[in-house]
Design a protein around this ligand. Structure first.
Ligand SMILES: C[S@@+](CC[C@H](N)C(=O)[O-])C[C@H]1O[C@@H](n2cnc3c(N)ncnc32)[C@H](O)[C@@H]1O
Length: 293
């Protein structure tokens, strides 16, 4: 189907309005390969007709189809390795120490029940990132030296919120079932033995880890609902798809959801260079994190 320069311009704008994705000026092929099946499936005769339909209030289903088609859901367990090593080595011990202090001080910062240390995977795709955090947490809690292990902390003290704009990827995440190839991409042999079980040719994540994660559909380029405050936010490999103003708005919203000293982890190939926030860049081994002042 033909995509004229004018249609390409209005599709780029429509997609940006829908989900923040900034489609490059040379990415006509991306629009064609991703969106042509949506046009055909909906009996739309042109890209102009698609844009016109998207502007109508009753086009929720079509909007979802465009979002599903145009977003990239690439992910893997323990992606990039080192951030998850730092999570175990430094970040989780820090979160645990802060939680113990908070409890000792009796400060209930933003919580209506006992204080917790909340973690948010803000663009979780098919779930591997949230389960990698869950496995890291289980490893950390199991291996805490006895002298640090009082008072007792359990995984329930570190609830994980996992969100994404894509309903399809969230459904996969929630099911917690992965192919052997997906598990081979990043899960260590020890983690596979401890945290997965085989079920009809697939690998299923330990229900205890799955139960620790709450899934929620959220568009990060819209005003966020009240989610409460977090000690750790992972928003990895999403900012690269956004333009500078969208990146800045999102980072400011994420920063606003962090408690003081809270940490934001972005993708290993991403940076907040030129993005104005109240987050301070910090290096933990090979991993760059951003800390709320
Ligand atoms: C490349 S994946 C990254 C997954 C994971 N964080 C990682 O690093 O492996 C990017 C994810 O961002 C989601 N996404 C794209 N636009 C979004 C938006 N406006 N709000 C929330 N999620 C969005 C996509 O659906 C996709 O699952």
């Amino acid at each position: 189907m033909e995509l004229s320069p004018a249609e390409f311009g209005s599709v780029r704008k429509a997609v940006h309005d829908l989900c923040g994705l900034a489609i490059g000026e040379d990415k006509q092929y991306l629009v064609k390969t991703r969106l042509e099946p949506v046009l055909i499936g909906n009996g739309l005769a042109s890209y102009a007709a698609l844009v016109q339909r998207l502007l109508q209030a009753d086009s929720l289903l079509l909007k979802d189809q465009v979002i599903e088609a145009i977003t990239t859901n690439e992910t893997s367990f323990n992606r990039d390795g080192h951030p998850f090593e730092e999570l175990r080595r430094r970040i989780l011990p820090e979160l645990a120490a802060r939680l113990i202090e908070r409890r000792k001080a009796g400060i209930i910062a933003g919580y209506t029940t006992a204080p917790q240390s909340r973690i948010w995977c803000a663009a979780v795709a098919t779930g591997q990132e949230a389960y990698s955090v869950g496995m890291g947490l289980a490893d950390f809690l199991r291996n805490r030296p006895a002298r640090d292990a009082t008072p007792d902390l359990t995984p329930a003290d570190f609830p994980i919120l996992a969100s994404d704009i894509s309903g399809h990827t969230l459904a996969v995440a929630q099911a917690g079932r992965y192919t052997p190839a997906e598990v081979d991409r990043g899960v260590t042999a020890d983690q596979r033995t401890r945290y997965f079980r085989q079920a009809s040719g697939a690998w299923e994540i330990d229900p205890a880890i799955r139960g620790q994660v709450e899934f929620r559909r959220l568009n990060l380029t819209r005003e966020l609902p009240q989610l409460g405050m977090f000690d750790l936010i992972l928003c990895r490999n999403l900012l690269i798809y956004f333009d500078q103003p969208t990146r800045e708005r999102l980072c400011q919203a994420l920063s606003a959801a962090l408690l003081p000293q809270g940490i934001l982890i972005i993708g290993a190939a991403e940076s907040l260079f030129g993005v104005s926030t109240d987050l301070v860049r910090e290096t933990l081994g090979q991993t760059v994190v951003y800390r709320k002042r």
